[in-house]
Ligand binder design. Structure first.
Ligand code: GLY
Length: 396
């Protein structure tokens, strides 16, 4: 019996790609969520109590950490809560609770727009799963902090403070932080939060997209005139390119905004973005994008598995809102991505990468930062996609 269990574990944990391709999705999801629990206990051991995991860089061979102000400080908790939700492993819950206590102070953070990533993935999931009122309070306070960055002159939330090259940058990623605002508004927070979320989404829809439904990364505004100064990139290959994670944020963001608002314009936008991605000639056959759809050196450019994980999770939600034929296509694409990410090419082996799950992600290529590493947000959206597939599509 022990030998069979060991064999099954070896096969499922990234050693045998063929097995991951042929396993039924139920077994694949079950095995990889249980594997994630083991890996995340290891990751916890590799990070001092006052810090958060940030990446595992194979070239350096170690887990790198961040403080709680880093935009990714909520993903570790979010992944832990998702793993706990499935496995009911009390040790995982204890780690999540312990780490929430060091993050809580950031509900007052106003230094950039990333409060949604930081406080909704962590405290939002914690509240959804435990119902503890203090977690909800943290989410509502964080939403209020985020609204301090709303700029009426541009009908948008300012993403980052000005720097040497940008006056008032608003980036496509900001769509993701609207979930914090909308949810908080619907759950006891001010109606102003929702109004800001809708206004920001409408501005993004009008100004951030090209005719082919790809998006610019950064719009830089003049706050005195309310005019756009320039449309540029920060993390992409070129101002005119389609930076992969940015496209994925837009897809996820408009799908999520449709969930809350039932505004068909958002649904249409998400469907158009999905078509842009799925029909792109530079999308590899396993559907894990290169770090930019227009990266130099394709097909030898680095992949960004995090963009693939975000796309998979978003396709699964979008599939809930469209007719059968389109749903089938979206779910099939998500399944391909999940299977690729679950193969030995992308998924760590037991004990590998300091406990991180997904390999081959790119933080920022132009800054040569976090290139071909494991990252917390790739793990988060991979695990979310596994659960979405399980909860929404298994046996249906
Ligand atoms: N700014 C978030 C990202 O790198 O995708």
């Amino acid at each position: 019996m022990k030998i069979i269990t060991t064999l099954a574990f070896t096969v499922l944990c990234g050693v045998n790609s063929y097995a991951q391709q042929t396993l039924n999705m139920d077994s694949l999801i079950d095995a990889n969520l249980k594997f994630a629990a083991k890996q995340y206990k290891l990751l916890e051991k590799n990070v001092p109590n006052n810090l958060m995991p940030r990446n595992f860089n194979p070239a350096k061979g170690k887990v790198e950490t961040s403080d709680t102000k880093w935009w990714c400080s909520g993903f570790f908790h979010g992944t832990l809560w998702h793993i706990y939700e499935y496995t009911k492993d009390e040790q995982i819950k204890q780690i999540a609770e312990k780490r929430l206590s060091i993050l809580e102070k950031e509900k007052h953070f106003t230094g950039n727009h990333d409060l949604g990533f930081m406080m909704f993935n962590s405290f939002g999931n914690a509240y959804r799963i435990t119902g503890k009122p203090e977690y909800k309070e943290a989410v509502i306070t964080a939403a209020s902090s985020l609204t301090t960055r709303y700029r009426p002159a541009i009908q948008s939330i300012q993403s980052w403070d000005s720097n040497k090259v940008l006056k008032c940058p608003v980036i496509i990623d900001n769509m993701m932080n609207l979930e914090l605002l909308y949810w908080a508004s619907n759950n006891g927070g001010s109606s102003k939060f929702r109004d800001i979320a809708v206004t920001h989404a409408n501005s993004t829809l009008k100004r951030h997209f090209r005719p082919d439904y790809s998006s610019y990364h950064v719009l830089d505004y003049d706050l005195n005139t309310g005019q756009i100064i320039k449309r540029v990139t920060w993390q992409g290959a070129a101002d005119s390119s389609a930076w992969s994670r940015g496209q994925a944020w837009g897809l996820y963001g408009f799908t999520m905004m449709y969930r809350f608002s039932h505004n068909k314009t958002y649904l249409k936008q998400a469907r158009n973005i999905a078509n842009f991605l799925l029909n792109h000639p530079n999308l590899p056959s396993d559907k894990i994008p290169y770090w930019d759809f227009n990266a130099k050196g394709i097909p030898n450019a680095h992949r960004d598995a995090s963009a693939g994980a975000i796309m998979a999770s978003a396709f699964l939600e979008l599939g809930q809102h469209v007719k059968k034929a389109e749903r089938k296509k979206l779910v099939a694409a998500a399944e391909e991505i999940i299977r690729a990410l679950s193969s030995s090419e992308y998924l760590s082996r037991p004990g590998e990468c300091g406990g991180f799950l997904i390999k081959h992600n790119v933080g920022s290529m132009p800054h040569n930062s976090e290139v071909d590493v494991s990252l917390t947000y790739a793990d988060y959206y991979y695990i979310e996609a596994l659960l979405r597939y399980k909860n929404w599509y298994m046996g249906k």
